[in-house]
Design a protein around this ligand. Structure first.
Ligand code: AMP
Length: 119
């Protein structure tokens, strides 16, 4: 795990209920909420409640069990909201569109908007 960020990330603040969000699922370590700028009919962000891992590559090597838990939460969200079929997108690096450097997956269900994440 990398050193804790000086400031909590936006996703840590959502997990702490300091910033409102439409939370759709959570476990002890993972939270899922509707993306504020949806790019598909179902667009949910799934992320660890604690920061520390910047991206999925760091998480996979640092805590593979947490990555597996995150994917399982994503599957549950997709089962409930998207009929079980979905895209799971991890933007990795600014040039790839990552804007929040706290690892997270996008669960995308239904038809994507033009020019969107995985379009
Ligand atoms: P990325 O660009 O892959 O880093 O994804 C970050 C995502 O977080 C974007 O799709 C944003 O729309 C979303 N986002 C940022 N702030 C919030 C928020 N307060 N509530 C919900 N989603 C957010």
């Amino acid at each position: 795990m990398t050193a804790p960020a000086a400031e909590p990330t936006v996703f840590e603040r959502i997990a702490a209920r300091e910033i409102p969000a439409q939370i759709v699922a959570e476990t002890d370590r993972v939270i899922a909420f509707r993306d504020i700028a949806p790019q598909a009919p179902v667009h949910v962000v799934v992320t660890p409640k604690q920061g520390g891992y910047r991206d999925v590559v760091e998480l996979a090597s640092g805590d593979p069990a947490l990555l597996a838990e995150l994917v399982d939460v994503a599957r549950g969200v997709a089962d409930e909201l998207a009929g079980g079929e979905f895209r799971l997108v991890f933007n990795t690096g600014a040039a790839a569109g990552q804007t929040v450097f706290h690892v997270h997956a996008h669960v995308l269900g239904g038809r994507l908007e033009e020019g969107s994440l995985a379009g």
